[in-house]
Design a protein around this ligand. Structure first.
Ligand SMILES: CC(C)(COP(=O)(O)OP(=O)(O)OC[C@H]1O[C@@H](n2cnc3c(N)ncnc32)[C@H](O)[C@@H]1OP(=O)(O)O)[C@@H](O)C(=O)NCCC(=O)NCCS
Length: 375
């Protein structure tokens, strides 16, 4: 085995590490790497989580690499040479936030299920830590996605709160071998569609009855309306400031209008679509709550829940449920063919979990977040 990034090795089943070439379009020959990364993630997700819904699309990888003004993205891949060309069998990413968390590097490592146990992750982890150190980072964070099956053996829980992960998962063992500690468990929940329209209407009516006339809801799809974009950015900022993070040492990121526009342009370039429902406080004209559902027609079966937030001073009026119920109704109208929606919540966020459980979301695995010093 070699870990060189030099010219392609002769055809062999041995793996080697290399920097993926950057293609500016999927039509270019160099796009093999981004296509291979997406395929490798899909194969891994089927084994690790039970389906490929969470895998990136090739265009998603490409657009992500074209957009680095808020998060710099460094990547290394493991490949084996085949008669058809190089096959991606592993990937490491190191994400560096540009405007916040100057000490932090966020790493991700995935190895193709058929190529595990051959030291590939060990080499990718070495590259990740060397790269983070060379960038002056002193703290390393990584995550392990896991499926819905209940752990049969021992589990690991974060010191700061709730949630657990099977202690014998390869990713958990690797993270610990890297000196990292479990700091937060996120729950992935799934709701199978359609949600009965009567149920959505009931949730909407019940929450409207509590919220009263003091609030008015607005729903939109891209492009973000000029009228609301500044307040929408403020809500994203509030979410980043408020989100419980367990034992993770991470400061909030910076959100403003320019960033919302940049993110929206990237979503459009990937073919992502969304629907937002927000609540306006009528007396002040202020947007005080919002929720977003996002999807891509390249992955027709599922939709992902993105941010949901209610400003602190407006909590307790059922606005979280109201915006979610209205958004579910709009999503059903815009995307009737979708079969499921996923949402992610920190296990230490009981209010958000309670709303999702009431709506009918059921646990579908999760994500264990590890962090520790870069030694
Ligand atoms: C975790 C993962 C990246 C390991 O890839 P790999 O190439 O098989 O790993 P390596 O052969 O380099 O082994 C690295 C370490 O992982 C752990 N590990 C990997 N496979 C294991 C297994 N089947 N049983 C126990 N430990 C395992 C061990 O700590 C191992 O070190 P060791 O051999 O010194 O004990 C791979 O299983 C994977 O892609 N899992 C899903 C994604 C994920 O969980 N990533 C988290 C990264 S922290």
């Amino acid at each position: 085995m070699t870990t060189s990034s030099a010219a392609p090795a002769p055809a062999t089943s041995a793996w080697r590490l290399m920097d993926p070439p950057h293609a500016t379009s999927l039509d270019e020959p160099d796009a093999w790497a981004y296509r291979g990364i997406a395929e490798m993630h899909a194969a891994a997700a089927v084994v690790d989580i039970g389906n490929a819904d969470a895998a990136p699309t090739p265009i998603g990888v490409l657009v992500g690499m074209n957009n680095q003004s808020y998060v710099r993205k460094l990547r290394r891949i493991a490949v084996v040479d085949t008669p058809a060309g190089p096959q991606v069998v592993g990937e490491a990413t190191v994400f560096l936030q540009v405007r916040a968390n100057p000490e932090l590097a966020i790493g991700g490592i995935v190895v193709h299920p058929e190529h595990r146990g051959r030291g590939i992750a060990t080499a990718l982890a070495q590259w990740s830590r060397d790269t983070a150190r060379a960038e002056g980072r002193t703290s390393f964070m990584t995550y392990v996605d896991f499926g819905p099956q209940k752990p049969a053996g021992e589990t690991l829980a974060p010191a700061s709160g709730s949630g657990e992960v099977a202690a014998d998962l390869p990713g958990v063992l690797l993270a610990q071998k890297l000196g990292l500690t479990l700091q937060l468990v996120e729950r992935r929940s799934r709701i199978d569609l359609p949600v009965l329209p009567e149920a959505v209407s009931r949730f909407e009516a019940e929450s409207r009855a509590v919220a009263g006339d003091a609030y008015r809801v607005h729903t939109w799809t891209a492009p973000m309306p000029e009228e609301w974009i500044e307040q929408y950015a403020a809500l994203e900022q509030a979410l980043s400031d408020d989100e419980p993070r367990g034992g993770l040492e991470v400061e909030s990121d910076v959100w403003d209008v320019e960033r919302i526009r940049t993110e929206e342009a990237a979503m459009t370039a990937k073919g992502d679509q969304y629907v937002v429902t927000a609540a306006e406080h009528v007396a002040t004209g202020e947007l005080v709550a919002m929720t977003m559902l996002q999807w891509n027609d390249l992955q027709p079966e599922h939709t992902n829940q993105q941010a949901t937030v209610v400003l602190r001073t407006h909590r307790g009026h059922r606005l979280g449920m109201l915006v979610k119920a209205v958004n579910l109704r709009e999503h059903a109208r815009l995307r009737p063919q979708a079969q499921r929606i996923y949402t992610w919540n920190n296990e230490e966020n009981p209010h958000m979990l309670a709303i999702n459980i009431a709506l009918g979301f059921v646990p579908a695995g999760g994500c264990a977040n590890f962090q520790g010093p870069l030694t």
